[in-house]
Ligand binder design. Sequence first.
Ligand code: 13P
Length: 255
Amino acid sequence: MNKQVRKAVIAGNWKMNKTPAETTALINEMKPLVAGADCDVVLCVPYVDIAAAVEAAKGSNIKIGAENVHFKASGAYTGEVSAEMLTACGVEYVVIGHSERRQYFGETDQTVNLRTLAAVNAGLKAIVCVGETLEQRELGYTETLLKYQTKMALTNVSKEQLENIIIAYEPVWAIGTGVTATAEQANEGNGFVRAAIAEVYGKDVAETVTVQYGGSMNAANAEELVAQEHVDGGLIGGASLKANDFSVIVKAASK
Ligand code: 13P
């Protein structure tokens, strides 16, 4: 298997944006624009918007995701949401280990791994984020770090469970900055992720895994990025809040 047969996944990460009413309006605007796409289309939205998003996306090719999930099934974990709660609401995907969670909310490689296991055990598709800071890149640690984060996130994940895992390479310096990785940097980073998967599961398995790029991907640069050998779609922040821009990215990944 190679890029020609791996299906691209374009996922929006809305972060802390949109009310339920705004969610309904934006998805209604997007639906006709992304209909018939030849890639998987996902919108990961805040917990409070999930019900509105699932309702608005009904009958369309848009799948709904959450932006995090807790690793325990239930209990005294104020403010957290379990994988079972998400699936019960019609959620199919979940973002795990986003750099904003790692940076601002104390997420570690261990908790990313636990959340990943909880998600796939509940039947969710996990979009697991990895990525280096600018400092780490300048020190020459990009490959080491991406391989470490990827392997840590996948600890105790079986080959079968890997089918429900997407890795998103998101260089921290490219997120929300307008500074996109070059196509070569994106392809190289995604290649490091795939190489890490190959080291654990073998090359044939690694060739089947969807590896996205994320970080200032937009309507203007998506086509070049998703054309790269190891880039199987994208995780989109800012541009996923605009129906037209998001649909241009979806179309770029459908070619
Ligand atoms: P931007 O597309 O806004 O840079 O965000 C990328 C991202 O963090 C997606 O998870």
